[in-house]
Design a protein around this ligand. Structure first.
Ligand code: PMP
Length: 433
């Protein structure tokens, strides 16, 4: 169907006034008007299955959340320099969800802000500047979070333009990286040790290490077994702090774990979280140890006008309530595992499928032209996403080669929707790839 005339007009208005470098999905996007659970509806009433939305974890249009937000707005919204119940209750609740010892919370408005603040905490706490970050990572758009973002899919010049305090370490990608398979850990740990040795030689010291606990930007690839444990130990031996970026993988999406770092059996010094915790409302947090949080006082006070507002805190608490009441983490595990098995079965029939990464409702389906050389099927992946849109499925590519489908739907995904997605994908793949 051709887009409705008013959609075209609106699209050209968007192109005229909305700054160009801002990323958008699709050359000819449907004009979305409303959402319900894992479904989106365009202005013509056509339904799409939203398989990409890692922010709306409860699903779209949740009536309980809408009512809670409306009620709180009508009562009060102000900043956290005032005292009100929601800020105390939400901070308490977040600290209780974190591992023991991580008992102090900063509330901000986004993942980028959380990562920025985590880096500032690492600098303030250690008095050092150098930070280790993984290649192929994305951590945000603010100056410091962008600095530790090395993904060339998001910024083709990323590697030439990092400031000198950023030290990128080999991407621990066990599927297509330098070291592969189960025995890959030692190679990747040794690569980090080499970079640390150079920092040691410089005499400047190490402030910290930041990594997603499951390699999200690369397509949901689990880190090699024991990787974080060994890297954290090397970083801590030098007085550095370990930051787990849980902005994408945190909060129940993995199904088998609430936090991504649990999968590696480690406890970080600083957790950054955002996205799903607000179900789309700007909301982020840094959870850390009291002594790390207190170091920021050396730089003066921290304050964010909207961070930790009554409305944001009520959103955060209502999201947690609904997650518990509707067993969304368990659903992510059950439906996610079911979907993964279906996609793996599809991989048996389609040579284009190289691997299905991830767990729960954090999956990455990687397309390759050749299973030996792993040549990335980049153009095919873009065409498959466009074709899926025709069939009513919202899907986008990720990874440095943009050849991985990022499968991160709302956690309420029904198994019928998982079937719909798998069948749509099977149909597309049967069309001659
Ligand atoms: N960290 C990670 C791992 C992310 O995926 C993102 C967003 N894609 C961010 C940080 C930044 O979050 P935000 O877009 O909320 O600023």
């Amino acid at each position: 169907d051709a887009p409705a005339p008013q959609s075209e007009t609106l699209l050209s208005r968007r192109k005229k006034s909305f700054a160009k470098p801002q990323k958008n999905y699709y050359a000819h996007p449907p004009q979305i008007e409303r959402g319900w659970k894992e479904h989106l509806f365009d202005v013509k009433g056509r339904a799409y299955l939203d398989m990409v939305n890692n922010v709306s974890i409860l699903g779209h249009g949740h009536p309980t959340l809408a009512a809670a937000v409306g009620h709180q707005w009508s009562l009060l919204n102000t900043n956290s320099r005032f005292h009100y119940a929601a800020v105390a209750e939400f901070s308490d609740r977040l600290a209780a969800l974190a591992p023991e010892g991580l008992d102090t919370v900063f509330l901000v408005n986004s993942g980028s802000e959380a990562v920025d603040l985590a880096l500032r905490l690492a600098w303030a706490h250690t008095g050092k500047r150098n930070v280790l970050s993984l290649l192929e990572a994305y951590h945000g758009w603010t100056v410091a979070s962008d600095a530790v973002s090395t993904s060339i899919a998001d910024n083709p010049r990323a590697l030439e333009t990092r400031p000198d305090w950023v030290h990128a370490v080999l991407s621990p990608n066990t599927y297509r990286g330098k070291f592969r398979g189960a025995g890959a850990t030692d190679g990747y740990v040794a690569a980090v040790a080499d970079v640390i040795a150079k920092i040691d030689d410089s005499g400047q010291g190490l402030a910290g290490f930041i990594a997603e606990s499951v390699y999200g930007n690369a397509g949901g690839i689990p880190l090699p077994e024991g990787y974080l444990e060994q890297v954290y130990a090397m970083v801590r031996a030098r007085g550095g702090v370990c930051i787990a970026d849980e902005v994408q993988v945190g909060y129940g999406r993995l199904g088998h774990h609430f936090w991504g770092f649990e999968q590696q059996g480690v406890v970080p010094d600083i957790i950054t979280t955002a996205k799903g915790m607000g179900n789309g409302q700007p909301l982020g947090a840094v959870i850390t140890k009291r002594e790390i949080a207190d170091s920021l006082e050396r730089e003066g006070y921290f304050f964010s006008s909207a961070g930790g507002s009554p409305v944001s805190c009520v959103v955060g608490m209502t999201v947690l309530d609904i997650m518990e009441r509707e067993n969304l983490q368990a659903n992510a595990r059950e439906v996610g595992d079911y979907l993964k098995a279906r996609l793996e079965a599809l991989g048996q029939r389609s040579p284009l499928v190289g691997a299905v990464h991830g767990m729960g409702l954090y999956l990455g389906l990687e397309f390759v032209r050749n299973r030996e050389t792993l040549e990335p099927a980049t153009e095919e992946t873009a065409a498959i996403c466009d074709r899926l849109l025709d069939l009513g499925v919202i899907m986008q590519p990720t990874g440095d080669h943009l050849n991985v489908l990022k499968i991160k739907p709302p956690l309420c995904l029904a198994s019928e929707s998982a079937d719909f997605f798998a069948e749509a994908l099977e149909k597309v793949l049967s069309e001659g790839w």
